[in-house]
Design a protein around this ligand. Structure first.
Ligand code: IPE
Ligand code: IPE
Ligand code: MG
Length: 250
């Protein structure tokens, strides 16, 4: 599908909380697992849309640091689905020139899964059409903790002085180092909360909430979200007049 979004002012980085898989299945009197499987199709659609519309980074929240609290069978299913989707999609993503990157605490995963993740990152390292960031076992608080630990280690070893702690330095130690901050945040499934996703990085992101359940979220819905973004005025603390007069650089 060719999207009719304005080609200028396309968000550079879209970050999505893919929510509503369980309810999508339950509405159909099917097990939640079916909803998670159906969600993979929406992932493919979102990747294709972003690659075709010059979005530079797409971050997808696939499994939160809190999702371990779910019943063991569901956690196991999600892990298995993650592994099989990765194996199935990696070559296709590589052919489409997509660079894959994972954020989150991967030490909790099986050796095999960790190895597959690293292999996928190495295989697609040089690709430049789209960076696809998958957040797995990710939590915004975890990200801030791990960054703090590294910064403190550097201070203790004398490699860094405490005066050098700036927003820029924190950015460089987060798992998203080197990526632009998200311009557009989307949460499907009707909940209006951040659920411990990218707490630092979302400081000036435009938020878009929709009740559409993730497995139903096709390219038309994504296009609607992008259009909503394009109709907004971002001010970053300036006044509306300053932005309209273009007397400031955002
Ligand atoms: C999102 O869908 C997928 C994950 C959290 C892994 P949910 O499984 O949270 O679906 P609902 O919110 O129960 O409908
Ligand atoms: C957030 O969804 C995490 C992911 C989509 C991976 P949840 O469904 O786990 O969020 P809460 O628990 O309802 O806030
Ligand atoms: Mg949910």
């Amino acid at each position: 599908m060719t999207a009719d979004i304005l080609k200028k002012n396309v968000p550079k980085h879209i970050a999505i909380i893919m929510d509503g898989n369980g309810r999508w299945a339950q509405k159909r009197f099917m097990p939640r697992a079916i909803g998670h499987r159906a969600g993979v199709r929406s992932v493919r659609n979102a990747v294709e849309y972003c690659a075709n519309n010059e979005v530079e980074v797409l971050t997808l929240f696939a499994f939160s640091s809190e999702n371990w609290r779910r019943p063991a069978v569901e956690v196991e299913l999600l892990m298995a689905l993650f592994m099989s989707s990765l194996q199935r999609e990696i070559n296709r993503l590589d052919e489409k020139n997509v660079c894959l990157r994972f954020i989150g605490d991967r030490t909790a995963f099986s050796e095999k899964l960790q190895q597959k993740m690293t292999e996928a990152e190495i295989q697609t390292k040089g690709n430049s059409t789209l960076t696809l960031v998958i957040a797995v076992n990710y939590g915004g608080r975890w990200d801030l903790c791990q960054a703090t630990q590294t910064v403190i280690e550097k201070i203790m070893s004398g490699a860094l002085d405490k005066q050098e702690i700036t927003e820029q330095l924190i950015n460089e130690h987060l798992s998203t180092a080197g990526l632009p901050e998200p311009d557009l945040f989307i949460r499907t499934g009707g909940e209006q909360r951040v659920s411990n996703f990218m707490l630092w990085q979302l400081a000036y992101t435009e938020m878009y909430f929709t009740s559409t359940l993730w497995p139903d979220f096709d390219q038309r819905y994504l296009d609607e979200a992008v259009k909503s973004f394009q109709g907004r005025q971002r001010r970053f603390g300036h006044t509306s007049e300053q932005v309209l007069n273009q007397s400031v650089t955002l």
